[in-house]
Design a protein around this ligand. Structure first.
Ligand SMILES: *Cc1c(COP(=O)(O)O)cnc(C)c1O
Length: 364
């Protein structure tokens, strides 16, 4: 069935254990972030056996589907007050930045006879979630420690998401200092000081991660073998554990310039076209309803993506050495946005591949 996303389990397992080894070398534990592939339970089950310390996802719904896997589950997105029942039921540790929400978590945990662990987020400048002022942060710590059914499990930060701020010895050093201050003021160890996502790998591998950081939360680094501060490949990992395969439904020679007066395309944009003469054009059965076309790359490098509407993607196959025909398939490697959308689309069939053929497809 096409379009199809092939998920190579041995390659993913290899990436998990490689990243876990990198973390362990630097005395960090690793949360495996599953949101980019919608936490497909069969995939998570297979690959979470490779020295993973926590499962982490931004959506409660995904964590709910992983209950059969015996690892602590972290909710990465600040909980909505409307979902607190499920958070207490299905999540072991939630990331938080609002006292109003934490009070509600406490109430719900109390009514269920549970202790819920939280991680308080501090914003080091990326300007997404987290407390921004140290004074306020310490007041909140003080308040949280009074709550009977909440345990302060640790603190954390998120970088390189909204503001594209890079992790550094300075900004993460500040997080480590905040944790030491809490430990000193309250005479209690903080188990968990989470120093970011796949953008922290570069700092780590350069041995510049400050002391006191205990954890990283890795999604893209595991799924696609890339650190995200510079976009470099992580040595010893696969970039092609996920591969998208689409089927050709039409193949014709047509001009590169549309004929007639140009109005708006299917998405309300007024397009501009370049005259490249007559092209051999293939239409494959996938579209913008399924995929962010800027986040995929044909494995055959002579193929160019010309554009897409909701359900049709148009490719220029003029220069390809392969003589394609209707019914043939075309393969694509995926980047983060491509993978995220392909996984989320119910129209893209997911196929798990278990054989050990780890032959590599070059990413660049
Ligand atoms: C998505 C997310 C991650 C994982 O990010 P990657 O870049 O995929 O490693 C980590 N932490 C939080 C809070 C997230 O939302």
């Amino acid at each position: 069935m096409y379009p199809r996303l092939e998920i190579n389990i041995p390659k993913l397992k290899h990436n998990v254990s490689t990243l876990s080894d990198i973390c362990k070398t630097h005395n960090l534990d690793m949360a495996m972030v599953t949101k980019v592939y919608c936490a497909i339970p069969e995939v998570v089950k297979e690959i979470s056996q490779e020295n993973v310390d926590y499962l982490a996802d931004s959506r409660v719904e995904n964590l709910k589907n992983l209950q059969h896997i015996n690892l602590p589950k972290i909710l990465l997105r600040i909980p909505m007050i409307s979902e607190i029942k499920d958070v207490i039921e299905y999540v072991d540790i939630s990331f938080n930045s609002e006292l109003k929400t934490i009070y509600k978590l406490n109430e719900e945990a109390k009514s269920k006879g549970k202790i819920h662990k939280i991680v308080l987020m501090f914003d080091l400048g990326d300007l997404r979630e987290g407390y921004f002022e140290e004074n306020e942060f310490f007041k909140v710590v003080d308040e949280v420690l009074r709550l009977e059914n909440i345990k302060l499990f640790g603190i954390g930060t998120n970088l390189t998401c909204y503001g594209a701020i890079m992790p550094s010895t300075e900004n993460l050093g500040r997080l480590a200092r905040l944790s030491k201050q809490i430990e000193r003021d309250y005479n209690m160890p903080l188990e968990f000081v989470s120093g970011g996502n796949s953008s922290s790998i570069d700092l780590l591998q350069k041995w510049n991660m400050p002391d006191g950081i205990t954890n990283l939360r890795l999604g893209e680094a595991i799924a696609l073998g890339r650190e995200t501060a510079y976009g470099n490949i992580i040595k010893g990992t696969y970039q092609d554990a996920f591969k998208l395969v689409c089927e050709i439904v039409e193949l014709k020679e047509k001009p590169s310039l549309p004929i007639g007066e140009i109005g708006m395309d299917a998405f309300g944009n007024v397009p501009v076209y370049e005259d490249k003469g007559i092209l051999k054009r293939a239409i494959v059965g996938i579209g913008k309803q399924d995929i962010n076309i800027d986040g995929i790359m044909p494995v055959d490098k002579k193929i160019e993506i010309l554009g897409a509407s909701s359900d049709h993607m148009i490719l220029n196959v003029t220069n390809s050495e392969k003589n394609y025909s209707v019914g043939d398939t075309i393969e694509f490697l995926v980047e983060y946005g491509g993978l995220l959308t392909a996984c989320t689309s119910k129209y893209v069939f997911k196929e798990l591949i278990y054989n050990e053929n780890k032959e590599e497809v070059a990413y660049n």
